[in-house]
Design a protein around this ligand. Structure first.
Ligand code: NAD
Ligand code: DAU
Length: 337
């Protein structure tokens, strides 16, 4: 049995990860430490809440005593760190909590991992640490780190710290850097769920700038399977890029959603651009493909269709979210745009 502390799993990617991995395997015992910020939702974990190999602990990864207690009580030997403040626009509105959680939180986990001699520490990072691409080229693992937003700079700082712990203390670390995820349970502040829900509610669809910024989309379960593989087989000290080679402009994504929901392009509203908006992300995932044998298994059109259908059938889930704190956020983020 592998005793793993997996953080931030009441959020989008982490909850999909636990629902997937605890269905597939019974050789892992997982403690999920999550602060339940606005983005954390225990409803996401209904399928596994009574699993004998699972415990949930509500708490902050920056809490040294709590993290220490978890390592002792559950004999933790492995860490997978999903926990983060994850939304670029929120990091532009206020950056402190991003550095607190994403940098200091990672430091608390690393220090505990050092004290308890963990056998592997997997840091879930992002392609945004590489900055922005021009019209051509791809991010490889040797692309220099060059983050542009408070969010991506906090993730980059964490990556450098994780690598420094490997270099200095021999900490057995691996880092994954994935491109933009989509799928069920994604918080509706992110492009795809926001546009689906606004369309269903008859609200305008706010596209930043000229709508020609490019993101490289991957279905969340493909990301999760890659994380599992890097956790099991990734070479200590290495970084692995993860992506499904599906570049799309934002306006293409929005039109696809409108088309699937039978609505017209008059719902689109071009609004003021995101400050410092990265123009293009695109991932070269040949390292994880060639060295570990991973490849994406979901086809974009089908997985997008499934995702849109999921939001259509789970109105209760998102209705509760958008009627709370979200409204205040939406008002601040989108007024005067
Ligand atoms: P999310 O915002 O949906 O979920 C984040 C989770 O972390 C929430 O459950 C939240 O409660 C928890 N959390 C936040 N601060 C915490 C703290 N101080 N202590 C404990 N828990 C805390 O994020 P997501 O989209 O699921 O992203 C998960 C991870 O994957 C992040 O590290 C993110 O940087 C990375 N990532 C995301 C994407 C993407 O497209 N969403 C792509 C690549 C990498
Ligand atoms: O690349 C991986 C990253 O992808 C992750 O590390 C982040 O956690 C995740 O949030 C995501 O970051 P992005 O900034 O790319 O995602 P977001 O969904 O916020 O925006 C996607 C694109 O859509 C981006 O070019 C901005 C644009 N956009 C977004 C929103 C919310 C709009 O045009 N209008 C909007 O209302």
């Amino acid at each position: 049995m592998k005793n793993i502390l997996v953080t931030g799993c009441a959020g989008f990617i982490g909850s999909n990860f636990l629902n997937y991995i605890l269905k597939e395997r019974d050789d892992v015992f997982i403690v999920n430490l999550d602060k339940l910020t606005y983005a954390g939702n225990l409803e996401n974990l209904k399928p596994i809440e009574n699993n004998k190999n699972y415990r949930f602990i509500k708490g902050d990864i920056t809490n040294v005593e709590l993290v220490d207690y978890i390592f002792t009580k559950y004999s933790i030997k492995y860490v997978i760190n999903f926990a983060a403040e994850s939304h670029v626009d929120r990091s532009i509105l206020g950056s402190s909590v991003f550095y607190q959680t994403n940098v200091m939180g990672t430091n608390v986990l690393l220090e505990a991992a050092r004290r308890y001699n963990v056998e592997k520490f997997l840091q879930v990072s992002t392609d945004e640490v590489y900055g922005s691409l021009g019209a051509t080229g791809l991010f490889t693992e040797s692309t220099p780190i060059s983050p542009n937003s408070p969010y991506s700079s906090s993730k980059a700082a964490a990556d450098l710290m994780v690598q420094a712990f490997h270099h200095t203390y021999g900490m057995p670390i691996v880092i994954t850097r994935c491109s933009n995820n989509y799928g069920p349970l994604q918080f509706p502040e992110k492009l795809i769920p926001l546009m689906i829900i606004n369309t269903l509610n008859g609200k305008k669809l706010p596209i930043y700038g000229d709508g020609l910024n490019v993101r490289d989309w991957i279905y969340v379960i493909d990301h999760n399977k890659a994380v599992e593989l890097v956790f099991e087989k990734g070479k200590i000290g290495e970084v692995y890029n993860i992506g499904a080679s599906r570049e799309m402009t934002n306006v293409e994504i929005v039109k696809l959603i409108l088309n699937k929901l039978g609505k017209g392009e008059e719902m689109i509203e071009y609004v003021k651009d995101r400050p410092g908006h990265d123009r293009r992300y695109a991932i070269d995932s040949s390292k994880i493909q060639n060295e570990l044998g991973w490849k994406p298994s979901f086809q974009f059109e089908q997985a997008m269709e499934y995702t849109i259908d999921w939001y259509l059938s789970n109105k209760n889930w998102w209705d509760r979210i958008i009627s709370g704190e979200y409204q205040k956020y939406y008002e601040v983020q989108y007024r005067n745009r």
